[in-house]
Design a protein around this ligand. Structure first.
Ligand code: SF4
Length: 360
């Protein structure tokens, strides 16, 4: 039987897992066996780990657990290409994870916090406030959830996770240690074996985190949620801009580029009547000219009954054309699964809170 204080194996590095098996009186090579069960065979329970003795499996079950997340609700878009799951955590909190199927890859969008402290006014998660950071294991298990689904039900050629984007609930760089350890765990060639370039960390613009990321050995991708090209507007849309205004943010991006030479993506959510005037596109181009970057225009995924809505299609096209002519690499990303409440934080907002917890 597991208990509340049981060690959550997905929180551990290989070295920490070795320490644990030694504490349980076992040889350290058992750690690699367990690691393979977790990340190659995607085992969710000790009974499945059949090359471990029954005695060891029982001992592990007394001291540890390999799962802490429970699927509470799953929604699938009409075309079947987007699946969103509401996952319950051991303490009753809830997070969301999304799987997006593309022609050649399956992308998992993970949460890194319960709620978010950044407080962007157009975001359902931001409106719910911050509850707590996720642990490494709670981040990794979101990916394992959909890795299992892809193995068992994935369409032909899409039987494993291709990319992991840190764009769900929360600000990954505000939970840096757990996020980075999760990346290292999922990168391990003797485990899930996801290459560094398959990870994209998305930030609202936490400068110290960007500078720290630039020093890491694994060359993961960086995306920055910009959404505005002046401090006046960005202070409102992404309130952390008051702490790290645009000049400082772009200075950090230049330092990141100088150190890594890896193209940075700027996300720009197009919000009707707020940041879509073509003069804003001019300002954006002026800010980004000469940077090794790419702009992702994202017509906002509307939150029901919200004053924040996407602009008409012709506005999106106008922006795209303008940036192309200004020689800023640009693409338009359509939000997936509007009908399944895919905007960040919406499913959590819709669902009933577990007993003893207050509803959002
Ligand atoms: S958009 Fe991202 S950074 Fe802003 S409140 Fe929502 S989760 Fe946080």
């Amino acid at each position: 039987m597991t208990h509340e204080k049981a060690t959550y194996l997905l929180d551990l590095s290989v070295g920490e897992l070795e320490d644990l098996v030694q504490e349980l009186g076992q040889k350290s090579f058992r750690a690699r066996q367990i690691w393979r069960w977790l990340y190659v065979h995607l085992a969710g329970q000790f009974e499945d780990m059949t090359n471990l003795s029954v005695a060891l499996r029982q001992k592990l079950a007394q001291h540890a657990r390999c799962s802490a997340l429970q699927a509470l609700q799953e929604e699938v878009s009409a075309d079947g290409q987007t699946r969103k799951v509401l996952l319950g955590l051991a303490d009753g909190e809830r997070i969301e994870t999304v799987l997006m199927l593309y022609d050649e890859r399956a992308t998992v969008c993970v949460s890194t916090q319960v709620g978010c402290a950044i407080g962007c006014p157009f975001c359902a998660t931001g409106q719910g406030g911050f509850r707590r950071d996720l642990s490494t294991g709670e981040i990794v298990e979101q990916v394992l959830y959909f890795a299992r689904w892809l193995r068992d039900h994935g369409p032909a050629g899409l039987d494993r996770v291709g990319n992991v984007v840190f764009m769900g609930m929360g600000e990954p760089l505000a939970n840096y240690e757990a996020t980075w350890k999760a990346i290292e765990t999922m990168h391990d060639p003797q485990g899930l074996n996801l290459g560094a370039r398959r990870f994209t960390v998305s930030t609202a613009g936490l400068v110290p985190g960007i500078l720290r990321l630039a020093e890491e050995d694994l060359p993961v991708n960086l995306a920055i949620s910009l959404h505005a090209a002046t401090d006046e507007l960005r202070d409102q849309l992404v309130p952390v801009n008051r702490r790290y205004p645009l000049e400082e943010l772009l200075r950090a991006v230049r330092a990141y580029l100088a150190r890594t030479n890896r193209r940075v993506t700027f996300e720009y959510a197009l919000i009707a009547g707020i940041n879509t005037a073509i003069t804003e596109a001019h300002r954006l181009a002026d800010r980004l000219r000469g940077l090794l970057c790419h702009v992702n225009l994202i017509p906002l995924n509307p939150v029901p009954d919200s004053r924040w809505q996407p602009p008409p299609d012709h506005v999106v096209r106008e922006w795209q054309l303008f940036l192309q002519r200004a020689h800023i690499p640009v693409s338009v990303r359509l939000e997936r699964g509007t009908e399944i409440a895919a905007a960040c934080g919406q499913l959590r907002g819709h669902s009933k809170a577990p007993k003893g917890k207050q509803s959002d």
